[in-house]
Design a protein around this ligand. Structure first.
Ligand code: UD1
Length: 361
């Protein structure tokens, strides 16, 4: 069985790593294609290094652009690669533009598609990721879900049971595999944060950072918080360029803005944070597993299990809502919420994926 994995953007890299490892253990032939959607060292290569990923066999080097430019560029570049490699399955990950672009090419070429992290729904079609998820699941021959709510969403959309497989969360495979190595980096100590509580922040969703008023509200909230405890904010390139474009640099002068960090450094900081404020998908899951309180600055989440079972809470993207939510959380001791890790977030999701693919062949 020959497997072709497609990755392109930062959150894909954590998801593919355990699946490649499980595929190697099974002795399968594997090809890794990087679309080049993310290309900066800090957004791509740093993750390959931290995750022990093999270098991509092929890099399509598509780069940034509007949705149509990026998605179509990936499709055009991927089609001949798919023809030449002729895999039995392509595996696509998550919900980024690379995911739908390559799934669509494979579907039309008659190559079987497995979608890892299928079934998640925010029910918010203004998010580009929601459109990518909906369409990829319609095309996939196998929808591999991280939680049972994903199965229910797929059934409700008419996907037959035979195409749905609950496997658990591959992001958590990576977290469990690398947590000790992350702790060994001693990143909080190196950044002078180990002595007391601090807040870890990431923000990059267009709905938060592309609208000047919203970004200004969030930065003002962070600056208020930074009066009480350190606020560390590794800044995504999209967010950085918006802050510059809107001239908001001085709004968050007390916040420690740093360049994007590698996987191990990020996890090391999250692991010791008093709380996390984010709009990332992956961090909602990682904080749940680590038992760190998380505020997600969004009106919805495609990962509701992190709220119902984990440590996550949604908060509006306004200064007052964020400050109030943080103060409420700080009243609860760190281990105040009983930790319940969702079913199959156990470090073995990738093995279940490979087992199911082996069964299909
Ligand atoms: C993409 C994903 C999003 C994911 C995020 C993680 C889609 C639709 N969105 O959003 O789901 O949460 O990745 O990071 O696929 N840029 C650089 N260097 C890079 C990459 C991007 O400077 O290596 C800048 C460019 O100016 C680019 C902008 O960031 O235009 C946005 O990049 P893009 O890949 O379009 O979307 P993200 O916001 O990163």
């Amino acid at each position: 069985m020959k497997l072709l994995h497609v990755v392109g953007a930062r959150p894909n890299f954590m998801k593919v790593a355990p699946v490649i490892r499980a595929g190697q253990a099974g002795g399968y032939q594997q090809v890794l294609v990087h679309t080049g959607q993310h290309y900066d060292h800090a957004m791509s290569e740093a993750f390959f290094r931290d995750l022990d990923l093999p270098q991509p066999d092929i890099n399509l080097e598509v780069g940034s652009g509007s949705h149509a430019v990026q998605t179509s560029g990936i499709m055009v570049a991927f089609e001949p690669v798919l023809q030449e490699t002729a895999p039995d399955w392509i595996l696509v990950y998550g919900d980024v533009n690379s995911t739908i672009a390559c799934a669509l090419v494979a579907a039309k070429a008659g190559i079987r598609i497995a979608h890892v992290e299928a079934g998640l729904r925010s029910r918010d079609r203004t998010m580009p990721e929601e459109l990518n998820r909906l369409l990829t699941d319609q095309l996939a021959d196998l929808c591999l879900t991280p939680s049972r709510d994903g199965d229910a969403n797929l059934r409700a959309e008419g996907i037959p049971e035979s195409r749905i497989q609950f496997v658990g969360n591959v992001m958590v495979d990576t977290l469990r595999h690398l947590l000790n190595r992350a702790r060994d980096t001693r990143t909080p100590e190196k950044l002078g944060l180990a002595g007391g509580p601090y807040v870890f922040v990431t923000l990059h969703r267009p709905s938060n950072v592309d609208v000047q008023e919203t970004l200004a509200e969030l930065l003002a909230a962070l600056d208020d918080l930074a009066a009480d405890m350190p606020v560390i904010f590794p800044i995504h390139p999209r967010t950085k360029s918006r802050i510059q474009q809107f001239g908001l640099e001085r709004l968050a002068s007390r916040v420690r803005l740093v360049e994007p960090l590698g996987y191990l450094e990020n996890i090391a900081l999250v692991d010791r944070a008093r709380l996390v404020l984010t709009d990332s998908g992956g961090l909602q899951e990682e904080t749940t597993v680590l038992g760190i309180p998380c505020l997600t600055a969004r009106p919805n989440t495609e990962r509701p299990i992190t709220v119902s079972e984990g440590t996550n809470r949604l908060v509006a993207s306004t200064r007052t809502a964020v400050i109030e939510a943080v103060h409420q959380l700080l009243k609860v001791p760190l281990n105040g919420k009983a930790l319940r890790v969702p079913e199959f977030w156990d470090g073995h999701a990738a093995e279940r994926i490979i087992a199911r693919l082996a069964n299909e062949s």
